[in-house]
Write a protein that binds this ligand. Sequence first.
Ligand SMILES: Cc1cc2nc3c(=O)[nH]c(=O)nc-3n(C[C@H](O)[C@H](O)[C@H](O)COP(=O)(O)O)c2cc1C
Length: 193
Amino acid sequence: MTAHHDLVDTLIHRHSTPPTCLTGPAPDDDTLLRILQAAESAPDHGGLHPWRFLVIDGPALDRLGETFVEAMRQKDPDAKEETLDRERVRAQRAPMIIAAIAREEPGHAKIPEIEQLLSAGIATHQVLLAAQALGFGAVWLTGLRVYDENVMRALGLAKNERLIGLINIGQIKEGAPTRGKRRRKAVIERWDG
Ligand SMILES: Cc1cc2nc3c(=O)[nH]c(=O)nc-3n(C[C@H](O)[C@H](O)[C@H](O)COP(=O)(O)O)c2cc1C
């Protein structure tokens, strides 16, 4: 089998690992750099590089959890303690979260914003895929908190940036699902003029 066949096989069998099935240790810096390097080959019209990644691990995960809690409190001052706890725990399931950030250059003469956003999404998927190909469990999560102004501010996002995902990464716990959800069978839909 050639290397390319291996790649397609990896693509076909790619699947996420639920955050509750992730555990430490997180990727070390050499591995992390390799994972992030994968993002750099995302197709990028005009070379705008409309993305960046923020690595959150160690004690920063606790602070991220508190940020989620604070955002929830702002939204719902009457939020129950168990609701707040659920927010806190969201930042504490995986040993590392990579925040994927799309940066848009509005009104660019040649590259529409949708293309910039697509590039950022692809770069994020490259990170997810690289992590999974290296044997880590990973999952792309959002939820309402990524659209929360307070969360974005806490993470230091600029006005032209948006949080597009929280990639949870870690070792795969025993008993975690070894395959993804049932896939649809691919079909060929051909336009014949
Ligand atoms: C932009 C984006 C946001 C997502 N947000 C969530 C989320 O907040 N919660 C969730 O359970 N799945 C979310 N998903 C889906 C999971 O990442 C995952 O793809 C899904 O659980 C199916 O698993 P699979 O990747 O093994 O097919 C999101 C996917 C994308 C592309």
